[in-house]
Design a protein around this ligand. Structure first.
Ligand code: SF4
Length: 283
């Protein structure tokens, strides 16, 4: 029996970056607090809280209770209004937004400056989408990734960008159908590499376990892709949720979203090892 571990399982560059920033402050014993969920992995956030890291969810609390703290904002971005409040609150804050999200933001702002509407393919409730939308002076529109062909047909022209964690197939589909739009592939490489791993794994295994936060958009995409390939798939947030059914398969794949800590991946590998599986890494 074999467990094949995806090459790009776990923390992406943007998540590793913000976690390292936080850890450096903690090591230097600085008073640091996080505005929003640092990354989309609840067990990891819970662990940080247990270690004493402060999390703030109501921005008005910053001025009242955290004026002595360095404020670190989450990796998915903050809205323009939130940034304005932080700037006027006289606190030191570090915008932890991932550089890849910032790149999307720059493209979108440039389009608006050129007097073009911007269409963001993504989830209107996701922080990243809200953050970009808030900077587009009313020229941004969110297009749902489940109904993009129909929704985009209501418009004639403009720029199309993608939430960084969208499925790459959507980008190619839009290129095929909408030659009248400027289409920018803002799906991040980390997302693409993780999705390619699922496609490779699907040729080698009968079942895939995916570890990651339930609010993690990129993890949900991995699950969708795996199911589309007809594999028995389980998305777990905590190692204890692992379905025993996996031990009945001969070949199992293991993948993890971009916010999943290595300790969770190692723990699942250990469980499979103890059940007699040989562990291999996806090439
Ligand atoms: S998935 Fe991409 S855009 Fe999102 S945090 Fe990671 S590197 Fe940044």
């Amino acid at each position: 029996m074999e467990l094949i571990v995806a090459k790009h399982a776990g923390f992406c560059f943007g998540v590793r970056r913000i976690v390292n920033i936080l850890m450096r402050f903690i090591e230097r014993k600085k008073k640091v607090a996080v505005y929003g969920d640092l990354i989309h992995n609840q067990p990891y956030i819970d662990e940080l809280k247990r270690q004493g890291v402060k999390f703030i969810y109501d921005i008005s609390d910053i001025k009242k209770h955290f004026s002595e703290y360095i404020i670190l904002t989450q990796a998915h971005g903050i809205t323009q209004a939130e940034e304005d409040i932080l700037k006027s609150s006289n606190v030191i804050f570090i915008n932890g937004v991932c550089p890849r999200v910032q790149e999307s933001e720059k493209i979108a702002i440039r389009c608006v400056k050129q007097n073009k509407d911007v269409f963001i393919i993504g989830d209107k409730e996701h922080k990243e989408v809200k953050s970009i939308l808030s900077r587009l002076e009313g020229r941004g529109h969110v297009i749902s990734s489940s109904n993009y062909l129909k929704e985009l047909r209501a418009y004639n022209a403009g720029c199309i960008i993608f939430q960084t964690t969208q499925k790459t197939g959507i980008y190619f589909d839009i290129l095929r159908h909408f030659s009248n739009f400027e289409v920018y592939n803002t799906i991040c490489e980390a997302t693409q590499e993780r999705q390619e791993d699922i496609l490779k794994l699907s040729k080698l295994v009968n079942a895939i376990v995916i570890i990651g936060g339930y609010t993690s958009a990129n993890t949900k995409r991995l699950k969708e892709l795996s199911e589309e390939k007809g594999l028995y798939t389980q998305h777990i947030e905590r190692v204890s949720e692992l379905d025993k059914k996996f031990f009945t398969f001969n070949k199992v794949g293991l993948h993890a979203g971009a916010s999943t800590p290595e300790s969770d991946i190692k723990a699942v590998i250990e469980i499979f090892k103890n059940k007699g599986f040989n562990i291999k890494e996806l090439i």
